[in-house]
Design a protein around this ligand. Structure first.
Ligand SMILES: Cc1cc2nc3c(=O)[nH]c(=O)nc-3n(C[C@H](O)[C@H](O)[C@H](O)COP(=O)(O)O)c2cc1C
Length: 191
């Protein structure tokens, strides 16, 4: 598959077969993540791979966080639905920014700008992983609903660094149609 085909054909997948993903395939996906460009080549991404043995525990922790967020008056958004997706994905990769703390002290402008750069770099790594997965016939879901449970998941994983997202991977058990996009003309100004 060429790159443009992978970009065109990728969809967010929310139904996965239970078939495990071979370790060597996951290695290739993670390697694609590490090949992303990064500001000052800081490579801020860090990955924790949660497999089938640990996913039930991960989702239980996620649900504890969602329950806490709700008790604090937050609307859970799509997080309860996303937890169900994570429950059946063979692999979920939790993605961290090594250079930011989960609980942040106020920062000066230089550090704030560096944070923005690092988050972009981690986003590039995530997108590389999505496209590498697509190339190998593996579906993926980029997940920020983990934010409802970032304290709980961070503690469970023993990490104090900033959790940027999670990404679930598995062989797709659905073929969603392309979701709508704004046209290039709508989002672009040519000078
Ligand atoms: C930063 C980011 C966070 C996202 N978080 C979630 C999420 O928590 N749960 C979910 O079901 N989808 C999530 N998505 C997937 C989007 O809903 C999806 O990309 C969008 O609807 C377009 O659909 P497509 O990916 O199939 O083109 C996220 C996507 C991105 C890029």
């Amino acid at each position: 598959m060429n790159t443009l085909e992978a970009i065109e054909q990728r969809r967010s997948i929310r139904k996965f077969h239970d078939t495990p993903i071979p370790d060597e395939v996951m290695e290739k996906i993670l390697r694609a993540g590490t090949l992303a460009p990064s500001g000052k080549n800081r490579q801020p991404w860090r990955f924790i791979v949660v497999g089938q043995d640990k996913r039930a525990e991960m989702v239980r922790v996620m649900r504890e966080g969602i329950a806490r967020s709700k008790a604090e008056g937050e609307h859970p958004g799509s997080s309860e639905w996303t937890a169900k997706v994570m429950e059946q994905a063979p692999i979920t990769v939790c993605v961290f920014n090594e250079y930011a703390e989960q609980v942040q002290a106020p920062k000066d402008i230089g550090d704030t700008l560096m944070d923005i750069v690092d988050v972009q770099s981690v986003g590039a790594a995530i997108q590389n992983m999505l496209l590498a997965a697509q190339d190998m016939g593996i579906g993926s879901l980029w997940i920020c609903d983990v934010f409802y449970a970032h304290e709980e998941l961070g503690a469970w994983l023993g990490r104090t660094r900033q959790m940027i997202a999670a990404v679930s991977f598995g062989y797709p058990d659905e073929q969603p149609k392309a979701r709508p996009r704004k046209t290039v003309a709508e989002v672009t100004q040519w000078l």
